[in-house]
Design a protein. Structure first.
Length: 158
């Protein structure tokens, strides 16, 4: 088996399908000893500056029109005051934190997302116009105009 070609194929698949591609292919219980020899079982997963793997949470849709780009970020169970948006350089950062009202040991099953998250979204060069955000029904709508400007602060409207 040509491991160099396999590595190239794996990198190509990750680029085409995103950083979570290999997590979707391999379930946690299907890892082999080869995959868990002290290294990350997903060697091509994206990592942030602290070396921690980035999560795909929260999920996001991007709508690109002639005049603006809209980011729809899905945050079920979150409130407006739980979420913060930062714009710096060529990145948009959405941060949030949500706590459970229950004790950890009281959960029989827990599928909800609790704790903090941070999603860093790269922006293209033409997205430095007026920015705005609305949080409604668990969806954060961020709109960025395509015209030039130096917007730095984003306020979440009701």
């Amino acid at each position: 088996m040509d491991f160099e070609k396999m590595k190239q194929w794996m990198e190509f698949a990750q680029q085409m399908y995103g950083g979570d591609f290999w997590k979707q292919v391999f379930d946690e219980d299907q890892k082999t000893p080869f995959m868990t020899n002290g290294q990350s079982p997903f060697p091509f997963s994206q990592q942030d500056q602290r070396g921690k793997e980035e999560s795909s949470f929260p999920s996001m849709d991007i709508v690109d029109t002639v005049t603006e780009v809209q980011f729809l970020i899905y945050l079920p169970g979150y409130r407006k005051q739980d979420v913060h948006i930062l714009s710096y350089g060529d990145y948009l950062v959405v941060k949030g934190q949500r706590f459970s009202y229950f004790n950890e040991q009281d959960f029989r099953q827990k599928e909800g997302k609790y704790g903090s998250f941070e999603k860093k979204i790269p922006l293209s060069d033409h997205l430095h116009g007026k920015m705005g955000a609305i949080f409604k029904d668990g969806i954060l709508y961020i709109t960025i105009q395509k015209d030039e400007g130096q917007a730095k602060t984003i306020v979440i409207d009701d």
